[in-house]
Ligand binder design. Structure first.
Ligand code: DHB
Length: 502
């Protein structure tokens, strides 16, 4: 009797494993979806078929993360675009999730797109080594804790997920040639990497070792909200922008000394990029602050036109006449004082923003959220500071944290090994844009909040301009008044998606 119970328990356990976990080949069966629905705040209900826990590699190292979920709303065809959202944040592991009514995944489903949400390993994911793993990995002992997701594992997982979608494109609803990636912050960085590194051979041996499908991994379009990327140069960009703020100048003197040194490194970097502004003129260290100023003014003017109140107390100057003698009030309607006279008591008389005091504006930005320390990213042991999440991201499977920039390595006397250099290279989309061996996405939507201080404005702007300079279609904006956040202004985003897919 006892033996029968044990046997039936084992059978039940085996049944919970997917066919793929058992036979080590990639698996998808269109007949095995589960019906479900989402109800939205406006009362609409969207019915869909869910395919969940689909492992995208055959050598699954971390079964908590290395699978994806697919959601197919009714009415989808083989031509329907696929919206792939990564929930990576803080370079940490993220599990495959279900679509949410309050973010871009729910909206994508409602718009009739196939929604894919892959899980990925990250800097904090670990496994406890078992006998089989120990046998396959030299120097690793049974019972030991191993970090599974240090750089560049998350982007490898995402590339494997894309290859999986291509591998089963014929059997699966939706069009794997029209994948649109989306992510925020470290997830925005991942989205930019999916868009910028398609089919580059540097990732190939790593993907093969994981048992990823032998298929292409380029995508059609990438949506990147506040991408925390170009980590190799993010520290110098940060200090170049924020060095003059009261916060740095009146703060800790050691931090200011570091800030001064990093700030001094940025001009050589930006000048080496040879980027052109949209008007075709060269972007240099000398005109970069003016370029940012114009971008902030552009964003604020868009918001003002839509009805936002832009305070002049944070550095803006407005045209003096537009609300006065000749123009109608900002959002139409009748002038409260009878039409043609300026509103008495209104400090902000003009309709057009004509200037911005950047020093005042940057001081305002850092009142909304305190600056990071200097360095902002590669902190480990610089002036005795603790390691950052990024220091962990470049650490190894034993859980180390390491310096990854020349500057910090020099400061701390640590060595940038070939492995660290390679990992940093594979995690930076700037290295692959314009490269002949890479298929970069054709369409890009890049947003960074106009008061987001998690990374400095040049990081998303350099990304946008490098893409634009190499002929890509780029819609970018330092979105007015947005802090470090993503998946906002979804009406606008989904209009853009319609425009690029119709
Ligand atoms: C994220 C934010 C950061 O400031 C950072 O350094 C890395 C990641 C994030 O929100 O994902």
């Amino acid at each position: 009797m006892r033996r029968i119970m044990i046997v039936s328990l084992l059978c039940a356990l085996a049944a919970t494993m997917s066919a793929q976990e058992k036979d080590k080949s990639l698996f998808f069966d269109a007949t095995q979806g589960k019906r479900s629905s989402l109800t939205y705040v406006d009362g609409t209900e969207v019915a869909f078929t869910a395919y969940e826990r689909l492992f995208y590699v055959t050598n699954v190292e971390d079964s908590t993360y290395q699978y994806l979920n697919i959601y197919v709303p009714d009415g989808v065809t083989q031509q329907t675009p696929i919206f792939l959202r990564t929930y990576v944040g803080g370079y940490m592991a993220s599990q495959a999730a279900q679509p949410q009514v309050g973010d871009a995944t729910g909206r994508a489903l409602k718009e009739g797109y196939v929604v894919v949400i892959p899980g990925t390993r990250g800097r904090n994911s670990t496994i406890t080594v078992d006998k089989t793993y120990a046998k396959a990995h030299k120097g690793v002992k049974k019972g030991q804790t191993v970090y599974t997701g240090r750089a560049p594992k998350a982007i490898l997982d995402l590339k494997a997920a894309i290859r999986y979608l291509r591998h089963f494109d014929k059997q699966m609803p939706g069009d794997a040639e029209r994948i649109i990636t989306d992510g925020t912050s470290a997830g925005g960085a991942m989205s930019s990497l999916m868009g910028a590194t398609g089919n580059n051979p540097a990732y190939e041996p790593l993907l093969q070792a994981m048992g990823a499908a032998q298929d292409r991994d380029d995508v059609y379009a990438s949506v990147c909200f506040c991408p925390i990327t170009d980590l190799d140069h993010a520290d110098m960009a940060y200090e170049w922008l924020y060095n003059g703020t009261d916060s740095r100048q009146k703060g800790n003197q050691d931090v200011l000394a570091v800030s001064n040194e990093l700030k001094a490194q940025f001009p050589a970097y930006i000048n080496s990029l040879g980027l052109k502004k949209p008007d075709g003129t060269l972007l240099t260290a000398d005109n970069y602050l003016d370029f940012i100023k114009r971008e902030i003014i552009r964003a604020a003017q868009i918001a003002k036109n839509a009805g936002a109140d832009i305070p002049d107390s944070i550095g803006f100057t407005f045209s003096s006449s537009a609300m006065g003698m000749f123009a109608a009030p900002i959002n139409g309607g009748v002038h409260p004082q009878g039409g043609m006279r300026p509103m008495r008591g209104s400090r902000q008389v003009g309709e057009y923003i004509i200037d911005l005091n950047m020093q005042k504006y940057l001081n305002y930005v850092v009142t909304t959220q305190p600056l990071k320390t200097a360095p902002a990213f590669d902190t480990k042991e610089v002036c005795g500071q603790k390691p950052s999440g990024e220091n962990e991201e470049f650490g190894d499977a034993t859980g180390t944290s390491v310096n990854f920039t020349e500057y910090a390595a020099q400061k701390t006397g640590s060595v940038l090994t070939d492995d660290i250099r390679l990992n940093a290279r594979l995690l930076n989309p700037m290295n692959f844009i314009g490269d002949k061996e890479t298929d970069v996405a054709s369409h890009w939507y890049i947003r960074h909040g106009a008061r987001d201080r998690d990374t400095a404005f040049p990081i998303p702007l350099n990304l946008a301009l490098k893409l634009q300079n190499t002929g890509k279609d780029v819609n970018y904006l330092l979105a007015w008044n947005r802090p470090h956040s993503g998946d906002y202004a979804l009406d606008e985003l989904f209009q853009w998606i319609r425009d690029i897919t119709q």
